[in-house]
Design a protein around this ligand. Structure first.
Ligand SMILES: [Zn+2]
Length: 464
């Protein structure tokens, strides 16, 4: 028996289709988790199993987060790591993260996904690269399934410990054999390549300074055998660049090339310290970028060349990054930060507002593109990121009758980015409500916060 959902009467429906249509009075007709029709409400079927009247709401494709570390929601605002740059921040946090238990992975995933869903995200990529005390990526996948969120779960890894010249302590790194065996198990167990997939697996050795070149190469070979994507942190800080130049005699991008990591199946988190020839390399090979403006500001890492990427045709999505360096998982806030930071960069570069023939400043709509269709492309998905017939029924809505957008109704679409309403009113993934009328529908938030705080306290003190 098929199940249908009719969405009608939106104040404006933002499609993010090829023509970037925005449809006043628009709606969707959904069957079994996929969009069957998009258009004016009057042109859609009159009947459905469920009807959602969104008079006064803006409707958009669900946002796609391209970089996160869910487990870090347990170590937000840790005092000793509040004011540190990346390498010192990591060295402070590694011993705390080494105490993670399997149930912490489950709890922190649900907390992160709750915040993401309420802030407009329907698909999240996560990068889990520590597996202490029997923790497994399975714990994260179970948590996402129980909530009904779509995830790209990255099997991260660290194999280059301190004794070998790497940054992490030896206690949190694993052997290459263990990592590759588990990667294969996860792909074979969970990876779904079909349209509408709720779970995809990604192979994601953590970074050039925590992983051996051999593991990078072997991961790329395995990923291509199975047709899964590759992901890692790259060119996040100048410290990292100094590390790769000193250890490998190459800048980060050249190092990635030497280990077989350039291709349209690869996306890099951060990519801050990238020069003009390297931008061309990304564009030529189709590499994607997860732009993480809040984290880059929080850790004083630098400003990624966002507008240069867009001009060169590099695929760019947004990432809230882990909650130890954001410290929130607010997807719409990240879109706003991307817009603001790119404008600061333009100002610092002395951009002339009148002579450049491309739009001189990143617009609110461009920021929404990055957060939706941009992220979908980075994750290699053609079935999400836009509201079009045949795509997944992943959408969000904001009631415009709210304090945050009061006085901004001349352009309610741009107002979402400029005014950044705090929570969605509806977040729907594959036709199912994750947020309904502003409330989480698949998680008891009150109870979740209590369990999460208990887990965080235990992690920090080390007391059971
Ligand atoms: Zn990260």
């Amino acid at each position: 028996m098929s199940k249908t959902l009719l969405v009608k009467n939106a104040a404006v429906l933002v499609t993010m289709d090829g023509a970037r249509r925005e449809i006043p009075g628009g709606g969707l007709f959904i069957r079994d988790g996929f969009i069957e029709q998009v258009g004016l409400s009057a042109e859609l079927p009159l009947q459905a199993d469920e009807i959602l009247d969104l008079t006064g709401h803006v409707v958009l494709p669900g946002m796609v987060n391209t970089h996160h570390h869910f487990y870090q929601t347990l170590t937000r605002a840790v005092p000793a790591a509040q004011d540190a740059n990346l390498f010192n921040w990591l060295k402070t946090l590694y011993p705390i993260w080494a105490r993670l238990l399997p149930r912490d992975i489950y709890v922190s995933t649900q907390t992160a996904l709750a915040e993401l869903a309420l802030s407009g995200c329907t698909t999240a990529s996560d990068h889990l690269y520590l597996f202490p005390n029997g923790s497994r990526l399975d714990d994260e996948i179970a948590a996402a399934r129980d909530m009904g969120m779509r995830i790209h779960a990255s099997r991260g890894s660290m194999s280059l410990g301190e004794s070998q010249g790497g940054l992490p302590p030896d206690s949190v790194v694993d052997s290459e054999e263990t990592i590759l065996k588990d990667s294969q198990r996860l792909i074979e167990t969970y990876h779904d390549p079909k349209p509408g997939a709720m779970v995809q697996i990604v192979l994601a050795p953590c970074s050039p300074f925590s992983v051996t070149g051999d593991l990078m190469k072997e991961s790329a070979i395995m990923a291509r055998q199975y047709g899964v994507q590759l992901h890692t942190h790259l060119a996040e800080t100048q410290d990292e660049q100094a590390f790769t130049v000193q250890r490998f005699g190459q800048r980060p991008v050249a190092y990635m090339e030497s280990v077989g990591w350039l291709g349209d199946d690869v996306w890099f988190a951060h990519a801050v310290h990238i020069d003009a020839p390297e931008i061309k390399v990304f564009a030529h090979h189709g590499c994607g970028v997860a732009h993480c403006p809040s984290s880059n500001m929080r850790l004083a890492s630098g400003i990624a060349p966002l507008t240069a990427y867009l001009r060169a045709g590099v695929k760019v999505g947004l990432g809230v990054d882990g909650s130890a360096s954001n410290d929130s998982s607010h997807m719409l806030a990240e879109a706003r930060q991307a817009m603001l930071l790119s404008r600061l960069a333009a100002g610092l570069a002395g951009a002339s507002l009148s002579t450049d023939d491309s739009p001189p400043l990143l617009t609110g709509r461009q920021a929404l593109e990055l957060a939706t269709i941009g992220g979908a492309k980075v994750l290699g998905r053609s079935d999400i990121g836009a509201l079009e017939a045949g795509k997944c029924a992943d959408f969000i809505s904001y009631d415009l009758n709210r304090l945050e957008t009061a006085g901004a109704l001349h352009d309610p679409v741009a107002a979402l980015v400029f005014c950044q309403p705090h929570n969605t009113d509806n977040t729907v993934v594959h036709g199912k409500f994750i947020v309904k009328q502003g409330q989480l529908a698949t998680l008891d938030l009150h109870r979740q916060i209590e369990i999460h705080n208990q887990a965080a306290a235990r992690l920090l003190t080390g007391n059971p």
